[in-house]
Design a protein around this ligand. Structure first.
Ligand code: SF4
Length: 714
């Protein structure tokens, strides 16, 4: 090895530290960083093989332009001219809403800042969203509603020391393996208890002290049931409730309608188990509730997040060691995106409807305040604008909507209608099949910047090797587009460190203040948790004195969220049954999700032979009893049908899913060469239902039927 470059894993939001080994200018190995505070010398499979994507033969090397049914190479000058011309034409004919940007959650903080500065400061478009809309949008809204801003309160050390880990709608054993190892170590060393709420018999559910096997779509009644028992049995911290919260009477009134017997009917969890779970939580001296897509992608997602927060607030289990609600982010830098103005806000967790916040950003950028959008359109709304002919140019950066967005039939029709610019590190990839223009980007290992993990830790990723061919990093591409649009000076930086220096000033005095951070500090300390203003050493836990950023001048939310003394808000949320429930035509619950072997839409992991060999295609998990009744054999290809579409995938017979439920991993596409022969993308089956508060699609509580195929496959 010529050298080992210290960096951070670019897959999940855990943020493991590792070294990337370089020999003769090529990345050839990865090894864990034993000193990294997050993973302490361990890595999962994805991290270990991460280097293999860097020199893959399908790395995109030159810009491409559509020519008939194919794509042909063009120069960067031609490509950038065309991007700028298309954007200018769209702005001239349709105004700012005629242009949209939809980006991924694995870019760097600096790249996000540049993209959002271009969108909001130059184009003034309301059409700017990220694929974190599919992932963390409901957590964002839930944190804002409860605590005032979108700041995860906990840190990983809480998983090491808490007496109770409540895993709610998450599967850290597959999605955040290093955090699961920390939870298991806590159990082994300290006797921590594990409680799991999940419809599936996941690995955490199998080893849990208590498993609440609720039905799909019933999170809200389950949480109300727990709160009902906690109140009835006075397992509360009355002093904390009085001192630090508002809205308890309303919450108690709403929870009174959910006694355990009623909750048992709504969720399928026995009443005695609900009582036992509430007692376990209430009597435990501390508790961490980790949650993920089983909350964010299910029914009433934002309301569910607020109830999880309330569970901790009414029992005083927040703001101290081992006690907090804790959202696990799916993507490496999803939280960076939220910090800098994604998730419908302005940089520094500012509220785009707060006149003072708008003034601050506009003044810092030197632009008229009116240019800043008051409200942004999420990707679902952007697709509707394309359908209506109002959004004419869509620029997709580092994400793959032709696999990941719900209702693929509708999505793909919109991708065909719009002038589509796709920027990615691989060609081919599914969304590029619809591209009019393709721009080759640089990937992890080829660029330097900051990524923020689930515990608010800013980590450095470093450039270890050069991007292949003519590929360029996203920051350079976005800056060059700005220059071609005549806004070069507005976005002229010497490199990512200069962007970081600019963006951190926009966090000064804000809840995510990072003015005390620079790259040298991150290198020295192996990451720092925000807030970290000048002179501070970072902040492992938030809300340690029971004061929350809900005052109007601080809060990211709107009027009704604010409290003049900085109290957290307890919400009496409504409960509505899932929009679809199993019936004679569609008798199964349909749950979609992730598996350990792959990452998102597999643009990277399907190109790693060791991972692809483990799981090469989509499948449907069917309970053994259902399979016997339908006479479906292991491995038999079945058709899964919903109101929105169909797929054909092999059956995997298992007790992981309950009778009456099926589960399908969403990672698999069906447009790339070699994969186009079978319609297998799970999002052919999902619809366009979204959470009314966050705009996040519902992916975990659909309904479907299973059809056996005739022997000849017809
Ligand atoms: Fe990477 Fe996540 Fe695995 Fe750590 S747990 S090595 S961050 S994929």
């Amino acid at each position: 090895m010529d050298r080992w470059v210290a960096t951070t894993c670019g897959y999940c939001g855990t943020g493991c530290g590792l070294y990337l080994g370089v020999k003769d200018g090529r990345a050839v190995a990865v090894k864990p960083d034993a000193a990294a505070p997050v993973n302490q010398g361990h890595l999962c499979l994805k991290g270990l093989y991460e280097w293999k994507t860097l020199h893959h033969p399908e790395r995109a090397m030159v810009p491409l332009r559509r020519h008939g049914r194919g794509m042909e190479p063009v120069t960067w000058a031609e490509a950038l001219d065309e991007v700028a011309r298309r954007i200018q034409e769209a702005l001239a004919s349709g105004g700012p809403e005629a242009v949209g940007i939809y980006h991924g959650g694995q870019l760097t903080l600096e790249e996000y800042y540049a993209i959002h500065k271009l969108a909001k400061g130059v184009l003034g478009t309301p059409n700017i969203d990220a694929n974190t809309r599919l992932c963390m949008a409901s957590t964002v809204s839930g944190y804002i509603r409860s605590f005032g801003v979108d700041a995860p309160p906990a840190c990983y050390e809480d998983l090491d020391v808490s007496s109770l880990i409540f895993i709610f709608g998450a599967n850290p054993a597959e999605m955040h393996p290093q955090l699961w190892q920390r939870i298991l170590r806590n159990r082994k060393l300290n006797g921590a208890q594990i409680m799991v709420a999940d419809p599936r018999l996941t690995l955490p559910a199998r080893v849990a002290d208590l498993h609440l096997r609720l039905r799909c779509g019933s999170n809200i009644p389950l949480l109300y049931g727990l709160i009902n028992v906690l109140i009835k049995e006075e397992l509360l911290d009355r002093d904390f409730i009085r001192r630090a919260t508002t809205g308890f009477d309303e919450l108690a009134g709403a929870a009174a309608a959910f006694p355990p017997e009623r909750v048992a009917q709504l969720t399928g969890v026995p009443a005695a188990t609900i009582v036992a779970a509430a007692r376990l939580f209430g009597r435990s001296p501390d508790a961490v509730t980790v949650f993920c897509q089983g909350v964010n992608q299910s029914c009433g997602a934002v309301d569910t997040v607020t109830l999880i927060n309330s569970l901790h607030l009414i029992t005083g289990k927040i703001g101290r060691s081992g006690a907090a609600p804790f959202s696990l982010t799916g993507q490496a830098s999803a939280l960076s995106m939220r910090e800098i103005g994604g998730g419908s806000s302005l940089p520094g967790f500012r509220n785009p409807e707060n006149p003072e916040h708008r003034r601050q950003v506009a003044a810092y950028w030197g632009i008229p305040e009116e240019r800043l959008p008051r409200r942004v359109n999420n990707i679902n709304e952007m697709l509707s604008l394309i359908n209506a002919g109002r959004l004419k140019v869509l620029w997709v950066i580092g994400t793959n909507p032709a696999v990941s967005l719900p209702d693929q039939g509708f999505t793909r029709r919109q991708l065909e209608k719009v002038f589509l610019i796709v920027q990615d590190i691989f060609y081919p990839m599914e969304t590029a099949a619809f591209a009019d223009l393709f721009l080759p980007g640089a990937g992890w290992g080829e660029k330097t910047g900051v990524i923020t993990n689930s515990e608010r830790r800013l980590n450095l990723v470093r450039r270890a090797v050069a991007p292949p061919g003519e590929a360029r990093d996203d920051l350079s591409i976005v800056s060059q587009v700005a220059r071609h649009l005549g806004a070069g000076e507005f976005m002229a930086w010497s490199g990512p460190a200069a962007v970081f220096a600019e963006l951190k000033e926009l966090t000064r005095g804000r809840p995510n203040d990072i003015t005390g951070v620079d790259y040298a500090l991150l290198e020295r300390r192996g990451g720092v948790q925000w807030p970290c203003s000048s002179g501070s050493r970072g902040t492992p836990r938030l809300y340690t004195v029971g004061v929350f950023p809900t005052r109007a001048e601080e809060a990211q939310g709107y009027g009704e969220f604010n409290h003049p003394e900085g109290r957290a808000r307890l919400w009496a949320v409504p409960y509505a049954p899932p929009p679809e429930v199993p019936d004679g035509e569609f008798p199964f619950w349909l749950n979609t999700g992730r598996i350990i072997e792959h990452y998102h839409t597999r643009t990277r992991t399907k190109r790693i032979p060791e991972l692809q060999a483990l799981v090469a295609g989509a499948y449907v998990e069917i309970n053994l009893a259902d399979a016997a009744r339908l006479q479906v054999a292991e491995g038999e290809v079945v058709r899964v049908v919903t109101r929105h579409g169909w797929i054909e995938v092999p059956a995997r017979l298992t007790e992981v899913v309950a009778p009456g439920e099926v589960f399908i991993p969403f990672h698999f596409g069906d447009l790339d060469p070699g994969e186009e022969s079978r319609q297998q993308a799970a999002n052919h089956l999902t619809g366009r239902n979204v959470d009314h508060l966050s705009g996040q699609p519902l992916a975990k509580a659909g309904v479907c039927r299973l059809e056996k195929l005739a022997a000849n496959g017809d």
